[in-house]
Design a protein around this ligand. Structure first.
Ligand code: ATP
Ligand code: MG
Length: 775
C-alpha cells in the first residue's frame, strides 16, 4: 500500500502526508501538482477517510476521470467509486438538483449553454426594441456573465452607481434592464445558465445555514487543482465549504493564470494565507515532464514578467533537442510544415498520432492545419471548436428531449416549435412570447391554455400548436416507462426530424443523419453504463445533465489515436511528447487586443509559458510572413516571445528557396530524411543567414522580404490542375484570347492541353504555367 508513496519525491510527499489543515502548493509547470492531489486523495483514504467525505475540483471532467482511475488503481475501484470529483460546474449542478426547490427552481431545471443564453439575450434585446449594434448580444452576455461571477445580482447592480454609470457611459443605459429580464426569463423557463451554477450555489450556501452545514460536514476534505484560475464565485464556494474543518488543499501556479478575461482572480492564490489560519505552504521545484531545454526556455520567458511569485523550476531530464523555430510564407505553408514534420517524426520514430499536439492562440487558425493533416491522411481531433453537442441537428434533437423533461424551457421550445416546419410562424411565436410575459407563465403553459385566452391566432394555427403540445405530452408519458435511448429514438422518428434530413439528400444532410445516429449510440452507451451504477438509472434527465456540462475534452475517450488540435487555453494541465505552437506572430500571439497594458501582455506571456510547458520532448514554434486576418492578407512579424527566449535553446530552420519543404516531401516518399537539407544554411536569396537567431537588423530585413511571386498565382495553378478540364471546354488566354480545348495529355504537374485559339491557331500549353481562365 505504501509503495505508491515511493513514487513521489520528498517535496511532493510532504503535502500528501499532511492530513489536516489548510495547505497550498505553488509550483511551476510539470512539477507534479496534479500528481500530489491524486496521491493525497489515495492516502487520505488509506488513512481511513471515507471517500464520501472527499471533494475534489478539477479543471476538466476528463482530468477528474483520469485522477479517479489512478486512485482506483491504488485503493481499489469500489473504494474510489463514491469520490466527488469533477469541475465546479458539474459538482455543483448535482448539488443544486438536490436543493433546487429551496431556490424556487424545479429539480429538473435545464442548463442553458452559452448559445441558449446568447439567443435569449438577443431576443430580449429585440423585444425591448433596442439597437442591436449598440447592444451586441455577445457583449451583453459577457457583461452579465462577469456580473454573475462577481456575485453582482440584479439588485446589487442597480445599487451600484459605478456600474450603472459605466454602462451608461458605454451607451448602454438599459443594460440593467436586460440583465433583469434575462434573469427573470431564465427563472421562468426553469433554466440556469453556466454562471448560475456557481451563483446559485453561493446563494444556497449563504441563505440556508443548515444546507451549508450539511455540505460542510459532508466534504471534510476539499482539494482544488488549477487554483490560480478560480473566479470570485468559485472562491467563495470553496471558502464557505471549507470553513468548518479547514481541511483544504489547493494547488496552482501563478505563472499559469490565463483566464483573467473570464474573471479568474489571481488574488485567490495570493491571499490564501490570509484567508485561513496556519496555512502550510509547499513548493515543488523539480519538473518531470520536459527536457532541460524546454524547462529552461520556459523559465527564461516567464522571467520577463514582473508580477509573479518567485519560483524555481529545474529538471534532471536530458537536455533534449533544441526548440525548432520555423518561418513560413503563409498559413498554408505553416500547415504543410506541421503535417510534414509530424509525418516525418512518425516515420522515423514510429510514434502514434496521440504523441502530437498543435496549439494555437485562436480557433480560426485550425483550418490551415486541418487541411494539411487531411491531405496527408493524418487523423486529428479538434477540441474546442464546435463540439458535437453544439451541432445544429444534435441541438435540435436535444431541444426536444429538454422540452420533454422541462416544458418551460423557452429556448428549447423556440428551437423546435416549428422545426421540422409545421406551419407555426415567427409571428405566432412572438404572440406566444408576449402572452407568456403578460401572464407570467411559460410559453408551453400559454399553449396549454389557448382555449381560455384571446391570442388572435386563426383556428388552423391553434390546432397546430395544440398538436405540437400533445406530441410533447405523449413523449412525456413514454419517458415515465422507457429509458433515454428508447425515447430519443422515438423522438428522432416521430417528430419528423429524420425524414426532414433524408429529404434533404445532400452530403451534408447525410452527415447530419449520421450524427443523429451517433447521438443515439451515445445515449445507448450512457444508459447501459448508468444502469450498472447503483445510484443512477440511465434516465433522460441524467443524460441531459451530462451533455449540458460536457466539454470537448470530456468526449475524448482516448480510444482512437489522433493528433490533438486545440487552443492553448484548453491545453492547460495536459502534456504531449511533441508540441507545435503555430502562429507565433505579433498581433496574433501576443494577441493584438492585449497589448494595451502590461498586465494584459503578461497574461499573454503566461499563456505562452503554458503552451511551451505542455511539451515533453520537442517543441516547435512557427510563424508566417503573411497571413489572412479578417479576410485580408496582412504582413506578419515574428512574435516578441520568440525573441524573448534565450538563444541557446533555439534552432532556426532556414527554408529552401522555391518549394521550400521539398526535403520533407522527398523523405515522405523515400522514408528517410536528409537532415543536411532540412537545416540548410543557404539563405533564401536576399535574406540574411539564419543559422542563428536573427538580430534586430536582420529581423527588420526579414520582415521586409516578400515571396518572389510566380508569374501565375498559386491559386490559378492549383485550380487549373485540379480542374476537370475536358476536350471541348471553352477557355480564355491572356495573350491568345478565346479558344477550345482539343486534347489533354500527361498527368499531375506535366498535364498539357492542346488548344485551338480563335485567333492564334493550335497551341500546346503546360497547364502548370498556362495563364488560362475557364469560361
Ligand atoms: P501543470 O502545471 O502543467 O498542471 P503539474 O504540476 O500538475 O503540471 P503533473 O501533471 O502532476 O504536473 O506532472 C507532470 C508529469 O510528471 C506527469 O507525467 C507526472 O506523471 C510526472 N511526474 C510527476 N512527479 C513525478 C515523480 N515523482 N516521478 C515520476 N514522474 C513524475
Ligand atoms: Mg496539473
Amino acid at each position: 500500500m505504501e509503495e505508491y508513496l515511493a513514487e513521489l519525491n520528498d517535496a511532493q510527499r510532504a503535502p500528501v502526508l499532511q492530513k489536516d489543515g489548510p495547505m497550498i502548493v505553488i509550483a511551476g509547470a510539470g512539477s507534479g501538482k496534479t500528481r500530489v492531489l491524486t496521491y493525497r486523495i489515495a492516502y487520505l483514504m488509506h488513512q481511513g477517510v471515507d471517500s464520501f467525505n472527499i471533494l475534489s475540483l478539477t479543471f476538466t471532467n476528463k482530468a477528474a476521470r483520469e485522477m479517479k482511475k489512478r486512485i482506483a488503481s491504488i485503493v481499489g475501484p469500489s473504494e474510489a467509486k463514491n469520490l466527488w470529483m469533477g469541475t465546479f460546474h458539474s459538482i455543483f449542478a448535482k448539488i443544486l438538483r438536490f436543493e433546487a426547490d429551496k431556490l424556487g427552481y424545479p429539480s429538473n431545471f435545464t442548463i442553458y449553454d452559452t448559445q441558449d443564453s446568447q439567443r435569449l439575450i438577443a431576443s430580449i434585446i429585440k423585444e425591448m426594441g433596442l439597437d442591436k449594434d449598440i447592444y451586441k448580444y455577445k457583449q451583453v452576455y459577457s457583461r452579465i456573465s462577469s456580473y454573475k461571477n462577481s456575485l453582482i445580482t440584479v439588485k446589487a447592480y442597480f445599487q451600484n452607481a459605478e456600474l450603472v454609470e459605466a454602462d451608461a457611459m458605454a451607451k448602454r443605459p438599459r443594460m440593467g434592464e436586460i440583465y433583469q429580464n434575462y434573469v427573470e426569463r431564465c427563472f421562468k423557463a426553469g433554466a440556469m445558465d453556466f454562471d448560475d451554477l456557481l451563483l446559485k450555489t453561493n446563494e444556497l450556501l449563504n441563505r440556508f445555514p443548515d444546507v451549508l452545514a450539511k455540505y460542510q460536514n459532508r466534504f471534510r476534505y476539499i482539494l482544488v487543482d488549477e487554483y490560480q484560475d478560480t473566479n470570485h464565485s468559485q472562491y467563495l464556494i470553496v471558502r464557505a465549504l471549507s470553513d468548518k474543518f479547514q481541511n483544504i488543499c489547493v494547488v496552482g501556479d501563478d505563472a499559469q493564470s490565463i483566464y483573467a478575461f473570464r474573471g479568474a482572480n489571481i488574488n485567490n492564490i495570493l491571499n490564501f494565507q490570509r484567508d485561513y489560519d496556519d496555512v502550510q505552504q509547499y513548493r515543488l521545484e523539480q519538473n518531470y515532464r520536459s527536457t532541460k531545454n524546454i524547462v529552461e526556455a520556459a523559465n527564461s520567458i516567464i522571467d520577463k514578467n514582473k508580477t509573479k511569485l518567485d519560483k524555481v523550476v529545474w529538471t534532471a531530464n536530458d537536455p533534449g533537442p533544441k526548440i525548432i523555430v520555423n518561418r513560413l510564407l503563409t498559413d498554408g505553408d505553416e500547415g504543410r510544415f506541421v503535417a510534414s514534420s509530424i509525418f516525418e517524426n512518425q516515420m522515423q520514430h514510429q510514434l502514434p498520432n496521440g504523441d502530437f499536439a498543435v496549439l494555437y492562440r485562436t480557433n480560426a487558425q485550425s483550418r490551415a492545419i486541418e487541411d494539411a493533416l487531411r491531405k496527408r491522411d493524418i487523423k486529428y481531433r479538434i477540441y474546442g471548436g464546435l463540439s458535437f453537442y453544439q451541432r445544429k441537428e444534435i441541438k435540435d434533437v436535444l431541444a426536444y428531449l429538454r422540452l420533454i423533461i422541462n416544458p418551460k424551457d423557452e429556448e428549447a421550445l423556440k428551437r423546435v416549435i416549428n422545426y421540422p416546419a409545421r406551419g407555426i410562424g415567427a409571428t405566432t411565436v412572438d404572440k406566444l412570447i408576449v402572452a407568456a410575459n403578460h401572464y407570467d407563465r411559460s410559453i408551453f403553459e400559454v399553449i396549454e391554455n389557448l382555449d381560455r385566452i384571446n391570442l388572435k391566432i386563426n383556428s388552423g394555427t391553434k390546432t397546430r400548436l395544440q398538436n405540437f403540445m400533445t406530441m410533447i405530452k405523449s413523449f412525456q408519458v413514454t419517458n415515465q416507462t422507457s429509458d433515454a435511448f428508447v425515447l430519443a429514438e422515438m423522438v428522432a422518428k416521430k417528430t419528423g426530424l429524420l425524414q426532414e434530413l433524408k429529404k434533404d439528400g445532400t452530403p451534408e444532410g447525410i452527415a447530419r443523419i449520421e450524427n443523429i445516429e451517433e447521438l443515439l449510440n451515445g445515449i445507448r452507451d450512457f444508459v447501459e453504463g448508468q444502469k450498472e451504477l447503483a445510484d443512477e438509472t440511465g434516465s433522460l434527465a441524467e443524460f441531459l445533465e451530462d451533455v449540458a456540462l460536457a466539454t470537448d475534452l470530456d468526449q475524448d475517450t482516448g480510444d482512437d489515436d489522433r493528433v490533438a488540435l486545440m487552443t492553448i487555453h484548453l491545453a492547460k494541465g495536459l502534456e504531449f511528447p511533441h508540441v507545435y505552437i503555430v502562429g507565433m506572430e505579433e498581433d496574433l500571439f501576443p494577441s493584438g487586443m492585449s497589448m494595451n497594458t502590461r498586465s494584459e501582455l503578461e497574461e499573454e506571456r503566461r499563456l505562452f509559458y503554458v503552451a511551451l510547458t505542455r511539451a515533453e520532448k520537442q517543441a516547435y514554434l512557427t510563424y508566417t510572413q503573411s497571413r489572412y486576418r479578417w479576410g485580408k492578407l496582412v504582413d506578419a512579424e515574428p512574435s516578441r516571445f520568440i525573441e524573448e527566449i534565450d538563444d541557446q535553446y533555439l534552432e532556426y530552420l532556414t527554408p529552401v528557396e522555391g518549394y521550400r519543404y521539398k526535403p520533407l516531401i522527398d523523405s515522405d516518399i523515400f522514408g528517410e530524411v536528409d537532415k543536411s537539407k532540412l537545416r540548410l544554411k543557404k539563405p533564401v536569396s536576399g535574406s540574411p543567414p539564419l543559422a542563428h537567431k536573427p538580430n534586430e537588423e536582420q529581423l527588420r530585413k526579414l520582415r521586409k522580404l516578400r515571396p518572389t511571386s510566380d508569374p501565375v498565382s498559386n491559386d490559378t495553378k492549383t485550380n487549373l490542375l485540379d480542374n476537370n478540364l475536358i476536350p471541348g471546354t471553352a477557355v480564355e488566354h491572356m495573350r491568345f484570347g478565346r479558344g477550345k480545348i482539343l486534347k489533354i495529355e500527361g498527368v499531375g504537374q506535366d498535364k498539357k492541353a492542346e488548344i485551338h485559339f480563335e485567333k492564334g491557331g493550335i497551341k500546346k500549353l503546360l497547364l502548370r504555367f498556362a495563364k488560362l481562365k475557364v469560361l
